[in-house]
Ligand binder design. Structure first.
Ligand code: SF4
Length: 231
């Protein structure tokens, strides 16, 4: 499916888990410059050669979902690499839907520009900002993610910060470092997501599954960021 300046890779027609408190359709964009080892959508990291569905049909379908859905979430891949993201969000909002975005904060300038078109953002915090390259395989990703976090916090819109935890990528000291980073920004809520193997193509990560000592780690983290949810 395509729209000028946005490359889409698929659609989930109905979700209760991708936009807190809303019934949402999820539109997946194609392409991501990061290479997180735990990625559960590796098929969406590459830009596509062909488009399977067209945007006009999707917009028409969304038009028929008014009253049945509350919101549309743009996910990926990494939606902020798409030059036409603002126009697509404007079009979806024009239908009367709330808009949400899942992002790793990869393109902070575009994220800042689309924030006024969003009702909610789910922003990944993948590592302590100084250690981003170790988790994402991308030099400079930490500085970009930090700028994105600052833009989201300054925007005043609803947001959720979430971190995927795998012991081979983030040790307890890394999680404490993230918590300190968030506390320094005044953040009080944080979602921790234990690694799930579904979709992950990194066999070494899938094979290593020893759990964190959350009984002792969580109280330490909550002294820094009180509103931690593990899900
Ligand atoms: S940012 Fe998301 S889509 Fe991109 S590699 Fe990481 S997990 Fe996969």
């Amino acid at each position: 499916m395509s729209r000028d300046g946005v490359e889409f890779g698929g659609l989930v027609p109905f979700s209760t888990v991708d936009f807190p408190g809303r019934l949402a359709a999820v539109l997946f964009t194609r392409g991501c410059p990061l290479r997180c080892r735990y990625c559960h959508n590796p098929h969406l990291r590459r830009r596509a050669d062909t488009q399977a569905l067209d945007w006009a049909s999707t917009i028409a379908w969304l038009g028929r979902r008014k009253g049945l859905l509350d919101a549309v979430v743009f996910s990926g891949g990494e939606p902020t690499i798409q030059a036409g993201l603002a126009d697509a969000l404007t079009e979806v909002r024009g239908l009367g839907f709330a808009t949400g975005l899942h992002t790793a904060g990869t393109v902070p300038g575009r994220l800042a520009r689309v924030l006024p078109l969003l009702d909610w953002v789910g922003l990944d915090v993948k590592a302590p900002f100084a250690r981003y390259a170790a988790v994402t395989g991308s030099t400079g990703a930490g500085a970009r993610a930090y700028r994105s976090l600052e833009a989201v916090l300054a925007s005043g819109i609803d947001y959720e910060l979430r971190t995927t935890m795998h012991p081979a990528l983030l040790g307890s000291e890394d999680l404490i470092a993230i918590a300190r980073d968030l506390r320094a920004r005044g953040v009080r809520d944080w979602v921790l997501q234990p690694f799930r193997p579904a979709g992950c193509v990194d066999e070494a990560l899938v094979a290593r599954t020893e759990p964190y000592a959350l009984d002792t780690l969580l109280p330490t983290l909550r002294r820094l960021v009180p509103g931690i949810v593990v899900r």
